[in-house]
Structures are given as C-alpha cells and as structure tokens.
Design a protein around this ligand. Structure first.
Ligand code: SF4
Length: 428
C-alpha cells in the first residue's frame, strides 16, 4: 500500500499540481514495494507468491477483486501510516471471505495496537525472520495475533528482493536498501527508535542487489530506501563503486555532516548520485534527539552548499509547523527560499507519526486533532500548533507551498541543478 493522497482540498487545488511537487510524488508512487519483494524472497518451497500493488487510486472493490483473483490463503500487507486505514478496510473484506491477513512494516511495528482489530496477525520488527515463521504457524493452525522479532536481525540476513514478482513490468525507479536504522533519534522520526543503530548490508550483498536490478533495467534509477545512508562507519567505497559500474542514477537521504568528508563527497558525485535529501528541518525549533546533527541553521546551509559544490544536488528538506512557528516565520522561510542556493527543496508539515516521541508528547498534552491516520500525509495538519490555530497553519502552509513551487521558482532551481550536473560531467 503506497501513494500520497493529500486530504486538504485547498492545498490540493493550490499547490500540489506544481511540477516539482508532482514529480516527487509520482516518483514515490512509482517505487516498487521493496519490503514485500524482500519478504517474498524469504518464503520457502510450497508457496506460490503473487504481488498486488495498491496506491489508493482504484476503488476498494477493484483492488479487492485483484487480490481475490490470485486465490490467496494468506495476504500480507505492508503499509505506511497514511495508507493503513485503507489496508484495514481491505483486510476486513478479505477476512469476511475467509482469507487470513497479516500486516507488518514500520507503522505496524510502531503502533501494533492500531492494527490488531483489523488483521489476523501483526508482525512487529524486521520481517525477514518473522515472515517464514508466521507462515509456518499459519500452516500448523497456531497463528498468533502478534508475532514479534526477538531482536533486530543482521542485515546480512536480508535476501535479494524477488524482482521476478514484477513480471514484465520495468518500473521507472527501483528501490534498494543498503542499511537500516540511525544513530540519532530526532523526535519526529521513528527510524532509530524502531530500527535501532545503523545496520548495514555487506558490499557483496549490495553488488548482487545492483546486479539483480540491472538484469531488469540497464542504467536504472535507484532510490535508496535507507534511513541515513552515510551514518554508519562502513567504508562506502565498494558500495558506491557498484552503483558507478551499473551506471545507475540514484537518490538517497543523509544528514548534512557528509559535507565534512570531502573524499566521500567526491566518490558520491562520481557514482551517479542525482540528488541527496538533507534535512535542514525547522527554522524556528531545534528538535530534541538530533545528536551531532544538531547545528545552527547557517552551518547546515553552508554544508548543503559544500555538498552541491562537490557536484551533488541537494534537496533541502524543511519541516513547517514546529512549536514556535507563526505566519511570519513561515513567510520568512518562503522569502529565504526565493534566493536559496538549493537545487531542490521539500516542504512538509510537521507530522507526529506513531512511534515517535513527538506523537507521545502531543497525545499526552491533548494536542492531536480528531481523525484517522489517512491524514498523516505530511501535507495535512493533524495537531494543534502552539502559537497558531490549525486553520492558520493550514493557510500559511498552502501560501508558502504556492510561493516556493510556482513555475518561476521551479525554473530557477532547475538552472541550479543543471549547473551542479555540468560540474559532475567535468569530473567524470
Ligand atoms: S537523522 Fe534522519 S533518520 Fe536519523 S533519526 Fe533523524 S530524521 Fe530519522
């Protein structure tokens, strides 16, 4: 279950059709479901596995019939928070037709209690070890409501995803995971709390995964589904060399401190990296838990510039709506971005996902708005801000989106991207 379905109609009308935003939303929606493809590779003999992808665009009945056409005994869901309500509706319909349903993934791990009423079993933790056990429990008629991983797995246990399930389809973008977890614990992020400190795949695993993708698609676009790619102390050289050899174009997320590693920057730029998303987070608030990522705003901007000067386009990521935010501070952010040096920007609303310390704290203080998780899209207001009303935040956010993603700004950033990339062409 994937896909971004913004609920706020005003924002949909005003902002989300702009080219920069639309392109990124389409890119995310077109990614194959890496978690399910990985789990499919853990299933032993005696099972026929089929894949049905649902981005929320089809009527529920149609998706249900697509699933039923595979004649399933067990349906495994992997869903992010905003899609979990639709997954629950589908699951309820499947169960009424005597199909067993299970759910896993980050949302189910962070908030298993929100899933348990709608699925026969909830998998909590890394799926690679849990899933085969869950299937054998089902076979033996002793499936439990909760199946928990005893401990995080070593990433070397994670198999190459079963890309054959895509059939003849060649998606425009592939996903690959080189690591899981993060050393930091930003209060808005569930990665380190749910997944622990960084765990990395071996160089050989990454080489095999890149080969499996290039067997389907020459010169592929690969999105690394990592939490913080360069946060571990591994030697990233062999991994970058695998990507370079495959002539892949790739995207990932990192923190600004890679700017302090010039040799790494050179290797990243030469390996085909098209863009790195760097969280500059909030201009009005320093989130707890950011560890050594915590820095003054100008320090992070300078780091982003250094990364671009090394030939890597930075997608500077900002969170709007933290404590202390006002209409004026949001307008200041919009004005700053009019002349900012970044090749791309991402603006999202602060969103307290289940499993984060922010979620717990807003819930305890009664600041979460009523409603289900389908509004947790990063573009819908789901809590009471401290210095504005929810409506004021909604309106100021829609205004800054309209400003920052209007065609003239998009064209300006495209020129920055071109100039960064022409530098890379000279390098290679
Ligand atoms: S640095 Fe990134 S991945 Fe790590 S905890 Fe913060 S937001 Fe999450």
């Amino acid at each position: 279950m994937s896909g971004l379905r913004v609920v706020d109609p005003d924002l949909l009308r005003r902002g989300l059709s702009f080219p920069g935003l639309r392109k990124r939303a389409n890119a995310i929606a077109s990614l194959p479901p890496l978690g399910l493809l990985t789990l499919a590779a853990t299933v032993g003999d005696g099972w026929d596995v089929s894949l049905v992808q649902d981005d929320g665009g089809l009527p529920l009945d149609q998706t249900l019939e697509q699933i039923m056409a595979t004649n399933p005994d067990v349906v495994a869901f992997s869903s992010l928070t905003p899609a979990v309500n639709r997954a629950a509706l589908l699951s309820n319909r499947l169960r009424s037709r005597s199909v067993t349903t299970v759910i896993g993934g980050l949302h189910a791990t962070a908030a298993p209690e929100t899933c348990v009423d709608h699925f026969d079993a909830v998998a909590v933790g890394d799926g690679e070890r849990i899933f085969p056990k869950l299937l054998s429990d089902w076979r033996e008629g002793r499936l439990k409501q909760f199946v928990r991983a005893d401990e995080p797995i070593a990433m070397t246990e994670s198999p190459v995803p079963d890309w054959s399930l895509l059939g003849d389809a060649t998606p425009p973008r592939y996903a690959m995971q080189t690591m899981r977890g993060c050393p930091w614990a930003c209060s808005f992020c569930a990665a380190s709390r749910m997944l622990g400190p960084p765990r990395t795949k071996s160089d050989r695993q990454i080489e095999l995964e890149v080969e499996a993708i290039t067997a389907n698609h020459m010169r592929p676009w690969i999105e690394l589904a990592d939490d913080n790619t360069f946060a571990s102390d591994r030697d990233h050289g062999p991994m970058l060399e695998s990507l370079r050899r495959a002539r892949a174009k790739w995207f990932t997320e990192s923190d600004w401190r890679i700017a302090d590693r010039p040799e790494l920057l050179k290797a990243i730029a030469r390996s085909g990296c098209r863009q790195i998303l760097i969280g500059l987070e909030s201009t009005v608030f320093r989130y707890p838990g950011m560890g050594r990522k915590t820095a003054g705003f100008q320090r992070m901007v300078d780091a982003a510039l250094a990364i671009q000067e090394a030939g890597i386009v930075v997608n500077a990521c900002f969170i709007v709506g933290a404590d202390g935010e006002t209409r004026q501070s949001i307008e200041r952010l919009g004005d700053f971005l009019e002349t900012a040096p970044f090749g791309e920007v991402q603006l999202t609303l602060q969103t307290p996902f289940p499993g984060t310390s922010m979620y717990r704290s807003l819930r305890q203080s009664g600041r979460l708005l009523e409603g289900d998780f389908s509004r947790y899209t990063l573009f819908d207001v789901v809590y009471h801000p401290d210095l504005m009303t929810a409506d004021e935040l909604r309106s100021a956010f829609a205004d800054v989106i309209s400003q920052v993603f209007r065609p003239a700004m998009h064209a300006r950033r495209s020129k920055i991207i071109q100039s960064v990339r022409s530098f890379v062409r000279k390098l290679t």
